[in-house]
Design a protein around this ligand. Structure first.
Ligand code: SF4
Length: 450
């Protein structure tokens, strides 16, 4: 792999494109009234997915890029759960008729910071407010360090069938440098316990590019993880943005690997996973061949949302909880990040929408192009343009960024179809950025591409 290309594109700060436009384009001019109208229009019979955000953790991992608050007390969590239950009822009232739910995802923070009976009560509120089916899938992000046996029982009893475990690195030196001590035994016990409670799909999150991480330590971690045979892996590069995440200043910058090393780590992890039988999916996911993520990748139906690559086909994702983002056919709607402001709005009987973005016809076209690139590494751009009522060459004319990528051999175009070079797939975000009308104009630093 060319180091010059790594330097030219890999060093650039590029969005992960879990949405288009990306969150920095959201504006406060979009508020509760817009969301109310959008909800009524979007939920007329079509199934939806729900995302619930639990913004609390017991201790801070220094690499963390999530919206979370550290608390040792249970009071703030209980108060928050009260507010979120009211928000669920509020949203259900705004929507017209019974809303069928296809998928539920609990993210954080640490969703399993809830007590088992609190989780069951929240699930009951959801089941009363929305229409659950026998095949509604419930996914929960898990912190193996604090997962108690009673909570595993509650997860199983409430129909949780998918979990995602934060693993990151098993290297004790790396763990100390990121303030996250997690033994292999804790992860192993969580996997065994959850499987015995009916969880059929387990994902592990791994991170490369952490302080003191080497290719060797990445390989050792992934080999240990493979022994537990999770159905999926998500492998992310650490995004060091201390200007936005103050706790990241606790990370020793001099111990961070450079761009070329990060790339070698990512490739070494990928090689281990592929030789262990996992299928490489999109930019950073891996799945066993019979996992539905692998099947979706094969059939061209893979999707991308705020949780990464997914098989979720619902056009409407309702976000619940502080900072959560909803994606509806009309646009994006984000709740207040500050828990106090979020709670205040809900207690006034108002939807807690802080900002959002209303999609234009052109945005929807660009979003489709970017999603297909991120999922398939190729896109029928002429076909999508025509389908949306534009000239076949609409997004390609006067696009010097894309011309540059073609000249460098990163992407190619033939017969109205763009393909990203297989060897340079880690640069797919650079190709996606060539179709992002906002790229470079929003003044926000994103994570490294490699
Ligand atoms: S457990 Fe997850 S959300 Fe909480 S601090 Fe660690 S990385 Fe962040």
């Amino acid at each position: 792999m060319s180091n010059a290309l790594v330097a030219k594109y890999g060093e650039a700060r590029l969005p992960r494109y879990t949405s288009y436009p990306t969150a920095p384009a959201f504006a406060a001019s979009v508020g509760p009234e817009d969301y109310s109208q959008a909800l009524a229009a979007a939920t007329a019979g079509a199934p939806v997915s729900l995302y619930l955000h639990m913004p609390f953790c017991r201790s801070m991992c220094w690499y963390c890029g999530c919206h979370t608050t550290i608390t040792r007390h249970d009071g703030p969590i209980l108060d928050y759960l009260d507010v979120m239950s009211r928000e669920i009822e509020l949203v259900a009232k705004e929507a017209h008729g019974e809303i069928p739910v296809k998928n539920v995802h609990f993210g954080g923070g640490t969703p399993t910071i809830m007590k088992p009976h609190e989780f069951s009560a929240l699930m009951k509120t959801l089941r009363t407010s929305f229409a659950f089916a026998r095949d509604t899938s419930v996914a929960v992000e898990i912190d193996p360090r604090t997962l108690a046996g009673e909570m595993m029982i509650a997860l199983g009893e409430n129909g949780v069938d998918r979990v995602s475990l934060g693993v990151q690195s098993f290297d004790p030196v790396v763990q100390k440098a990121i303030n996250r001590i997690q033994t292999f035994g804790q992860t192993e016990a969580a996997v065994a316990g959850l499987r015995s409670r009916g969880v059929s799909s387990t994902n592990f999150d791994l991170i490369y590019g952490l302080p003191f991480q080497t290719v060797g330590s990445c390989v050792e971690t992934v080999r240990m993880a493979i022994d537990l045979r999770p159905e999926r892996f998500a492998v992310f590069g650490y995004a060091h943005v201390p200007a936005f995440k103050k706790h990241q200043r606790l990370i020793d910058e001099s111990a961070l690997p450079g761009a070329a090393e990060r790339n070698e780590q990512a490739e070494a992890i990928a090689e281990e996973l592929v030789s262990a039988g996992y299928i490489r999916i999109g930019l950073d996911h891996f799945a066993l061949p019979d996992d539905e993520l692998a099947l979706a990748a094969r059939s061209g139906t893979l999707r991308r949302n705020f949780q990464g690559y997914t098989t979720d086909e619902c056009e409407t994702l309702i976000g619940l909880g502080a900072s959560s983002i909803g994606r509806l056919p009309s646009g994006y709607y984000q709740n207040h990040v500050a828990i106090g402001r979020y709670a205040e709005m809900v207690s006034l009987g108002l939807l807690p929408t802080a900002k959002g973005y209303l999609l234009t016809r052109e945005d929807k076209l660009r979003a489709k192009v970017i999603e297909r690139l991120m999922c398939d590494f190729e896109v029928d751009i002429a076909g999508l343009c025509r389908e949306a009522g534009y000239d076949a060459g609409f997004l390609l004319e006067r696009n010097p960024r894309f011309d540059d990528l073609v000249a460098d051999g990163v992407a190619a175009i033939a017969g109205g179809r763009i393909t990203v070079s297989k060897d340079l797939r880690f640069m797919v975000r650079a190709v996606a950025a060539a179709f992002d009308a906002y790229f470079g104009a929003l003044g926000r630093t994103h994570s490294k591409a490699a």
